[in-house]
Write a protein that binds this ligand. Structure first.
Ligand SMILES: Nc1ncnc2c1ncn2[C@@H]1O[C@H](COP(=O)(O)OP(=O)(O)OP(=O)(O)O)[C@@H](O)[C@H]1O
Ligand SMILES: [Mg+2]
Length: 285
């Protein structure tokens, strides 16, 4: 549960709290993947470290939110708030063309960093600005669910395939081969050392199996460097067509329906996802 916070530099930030259920690893992933995206020329809002005093939220009426703030005293992560930005939903996508190379670069970054949270269900892409004369563009946000390998270092294979079937940009014919040729040579050890250096020590000290924060940083550098070298093994290329996805979705819905008692058969089939998106036609044909 991020909060919109005005800081003492008068900036407004979307703050993700260290005391949240996702924990510090989500913040580590935000920093590493976001700074990597920025270094590769993708748009990603500025990040800041925010010293948060839970006392400022004393008037918060919800106990759950107060507990979160109470557990988050000290250093937290802030992302520059993009005023008026719109979530890249299927409705917005209809009026917003994305070129195949930009789509390719974003899918490539997600595959490299094993980001499981940029799907048609939740794009974690924003369109900004939405007013004024500057043209609206795509911005990346929310990389907290990337770098899934850091939950099991011992079992992580850098050449592991990436499940891209439901990627939010799968229908823009992402040119991942061009993206790989352009971006892979830029992901050097040096760049990886730079982006991992941006993670505060405090978020790396409790990692099991590592003696120091720098050892953890080196593990990220080694893994991502090995993964970028193995891009031929995970490069997403054969994106399913809208028709294939629609058929798959229909089959899945039919299976779910079959397993339901009569009284549940008329409940909309959301597969556990929130009903925020009402029009799926742009993705499903
Ligand atoms: N920098 C930003 N500027 C404007 N709005 C933002 C920004 N970052 C996030 N948001 C809005 O807040 C929502 C939640 O942010 P984010 O996805 O980063 O958090 P989260 O806790 O991981 O949420 P979720 O679990 O829903 O993905 C976004 O979908 C978006 O609408
Ligand atoms: Mg999100």
């Amino acid at each position: 549960m991020p909060g919109v916070v005005e800081a003492d530099d008068l900036g407004t930030y979307v703050v993700k709290f260290t005391g949240s259920a996702q924990g510090r690893k989500a913040l580590v992933a935000e920093v590493i993947v976001g700074e990597l995206a920025r270094a590769l020329g993708l748009r990603f809002p500025e990040l800041v470290l925010v010293h948060f005093d839970p006392a400022i939220a004393d008037s918060e009426p919800h106990q759950e939110v107060r507990d979160l703030h109470g557990a988050s005293a000290g250093l937290n992560l802030g992302m520059d708030f993009l005023p008026g930005a719109k979530d890249f939903t299927p409705q917005v996508a209809k009026r917003f063309p994305v070129d195949a190379l930009e789509a390719g670069r974003i899918v490539w970054l997600d595959a490299l960093t094993v980001n499981v949270d940029r799907t048609v269900h939740s794009s974690n892409l924003m369109v900004w600005p939405t007013f004024g004369t500057a043209p609206p563009q795509l911005w990346l946000i929310d990389h907290g669910a990337a770098l899934v390998f850091h939950h099991r270092w011992d079992a992580s294979d850098p050449a592991k395939a990436y499940d891209f079937r439901h990627h939010a940009l799968g229908h823009y014919t992402p040119d991942t081969r061009a993206a790989d040729a352009e971006l892979a040579p830029r992901v050097t050890r040096e760049l990886l050392r730079e982006v991992t250096a941006a993670v505060p020590d405090a978020w790396l000290t409790v990692e099991e199996g590592f003696a120091t924060p720098d050892e953890v940083r080196t593990a990220y550098v080694d893994y991502l460097h090995a993964r970028v070298a193995a891009s031929a093994a995970w490069l997403p290329t054969d994106f399913p067509t809208r028709e294939e996805l629609a058929a798959e979705e229909e089959q899945r819905a039919a299976r779910t329906q079959q397993g339901r008692p009569n009284w549940l058969k008329r409940v909309p089939d959301l597969h556990g996802k929130p009903a925020a998106e009402q029009d799926w036609s742009v993705h499903l044909g």
